[in-house]
Design a protein around this ligand. Structure first.
Ligand SMILES: CC(=O)SCCNC(=O)CCNC(=O)[C@H](O)C(C)(C)COP(=O)(O)OP(=O)(O)OC[C@H]1O[C@@H](n2cnc3c(N)ncnc32)[C@H](O)[C@@H]1OP(=O)(O)O
Length: 409
């Protein structure tokens, strides 16, 4: 039987979503999560591969806007909701969907595609490079001290219900987006994702709580977290589970962390995804007892190399020719002259001699400035063709602060 790829008709969403759930093991998500997934699905940008009257594979795109080095916010298609029925795996269903999706992204004029991967091994072959990492931590607050920046004592903290605090949190979040590459401007509906809190997934923890930081009556930060109480013969050993924390200034940031450190009856703070250069690491007395661990967070693929490289700024002046290889999206192949500085960049086709040769995957990895071209060259994944080109490009591409995406999608 031949398989057919079709755009998702909204009336087939339940069946389509059912295929996705099966691909992920068959555990039904909470009603709350399902409703959110339904609301966020852009059906006209979602596809299914049909085998007769059954759906064998699913994939979707979200019309995101991504913060890039220099503070611009750029259209980026978020590739998502990928699943192939276990009965149909390793027969090219994903490859077929990926072909269609990257062609669609190109046709839509989005210079970039981005994703968060269930497994890092899957997407490199399609030109996605790991562009941002995140750091998790398990902080032993009984042993680790915290010193807070000046001004933290003047910050007022106010507990609110997460729903009640949402608007204020979103206003802070919106200001943080352009401050750090890798963050996504909120699309309508996405503000509900950090509030998802299905009771049967709490594993003994409290419902989600929210505390706002305020200075001079204005909200300057927030933390959303839960507490999992725990007791043994020695007493309390509760865990603070941090969902998200954002602040607009060091004093508010420090005050929120101090609040977490000081929560009674707890001795551990667990954070999921935090930036790799998150400043709390420089407030603690013993980083080793914080068990910081890195993982891959955001994968980037340049879909239009010229537009993508022209959309960001560069830490140092750069003027060099890149020779790009891209078998999966061959329209990107060839030589590109990149010129740029802190104000922005331009990137045009050229026939001049190249300084660097690299693949789309490596360009995606380096794009947000979190993975250095020199390190990729050290791994043999970038070749220097003109002496000095690597050092010039590597320094220019790097970003301070490091890129980060606070959530998966
Ligand atoms: C962005 C996101 O949504 S991430 C979520 C991805 N989904 C999941 O992880 C759910 C569980 N897994 C699945 O549904 C499927 O196994 C998928 C989607 C990962 C792969 O779908 P398939 O149709 O089997 O992939 P397909 O047959 O097109 O394989 C394409 C290539 O990827 C490779 N590949 C596919 N899955 C994997 C994997 N999990 N690990 C390593 N390689 C893989 C194949 O070997 C093939 O390699 P080739 O280029 O050398 O030929």
């Amino acid at each position: 039987m031949t398989m057919e790829l079709r755009v998702l008709d909204p009336s087939h969403w339940d069946e389509w979503y059912g295929t996705l759930i099966l691909a992920f093991g068959g555990v039904q998500p909470s009603a709350e999560e399902r409703v959110l997934d339904r609301d966020l699905t852009e059906c006209d940008r979602s596809i299914g591969v049909w085998d007769g009257d059954a759906i064998a594979g699913t994939a979707g795109l979200f019309s995101f806007r991504l913060s890039v080095p220099g503070g611009a916010v750029v259209p980026a298609a978020g590739l998502t909701l990928v699943g192939v029925q276990p009965t149909h795996r390793r027969r090219g269903v994903l490859r077929t969907m990926m072909r269609r999706q990257l062609d669609d992204v190109r046709a839509a004029g989005e210079p970039l595609a981005v994703l968060t991967a269930s497994e890092p091994e899957i997407y490199g072959r399609f030109g996605f490079g790991m562009a941002a990492q995140s750091a998790s931590a398990e902080i032993d607050t009984a042993r680790v001290g915290l010193s807070v920046p000046e001004g933290a004592d003047e910050v007022a903290l106010r507990a609110v219900a997460p729903e009640a605090g949402l608007e204020a949190c979103e206003a802070v979040y919106a200001q943080r987006v352009t401050a750090r590459p890798g963050m996504l401007e909120r699309r309508p509906g996405w503000e509900r994702q950090p509030l998802l809190d299905p009771p049967d997934e709490r594993e003994g923890a409290s419902p989600l709580r929210c505390v706002l930081a305020e200075r001079d009556g204005a909200v300057t930060g927030y933390v959303r977290f839960a507490v999992r109480p725990d007791w043994d013969l020695a007493g309390s050993k509760g865990v603070v589970i941090v969902r998200d924390l954002e602040a607009l200034d060091p004093a508010s940031y420090g005050a929120l962390w101090r609040f977490l450190f000081d929560l009674d009856l707890t001795c551990t703070i667990r954070t999921g995804s935090r930036p790799v250069d998150d400043p709390w690491q420089y407030l603690v007395s013993d980083i080793r007892r914080c068990k910081v661990r890195l993982r891959d967070a955001l994968y980037v693929r340049p879909v239009d190399v010229g537009a993508a490289l022209a959309a960001r700024a560069y830490a140092l002046p750069v003027d060099l020719v890149l020779e790009v290889t891209d078998p999966f999206c061959p329209w990107n192949e060839g030589r590109w002259r990149l010129a740029g500085d802190v104000k922005g960049g331009s990137c045009e086709r050229t026939t001049d001699a190249p300084g660097l040769r690299l693949g789309a995957r490596e360009l995606g990895a380096a794009y947000l400035g979190g993975i250095s071209l020199s390190a990729l060259a050290g791994a043999g994944r970038v070749q220097e063709l003109r002496q000095g080109a690597l050092a010039e490009a590597s320094a220019a591409f790097l970003s301070d602060p490091a890129p980060w995406l606070p959530h998966s999608f």
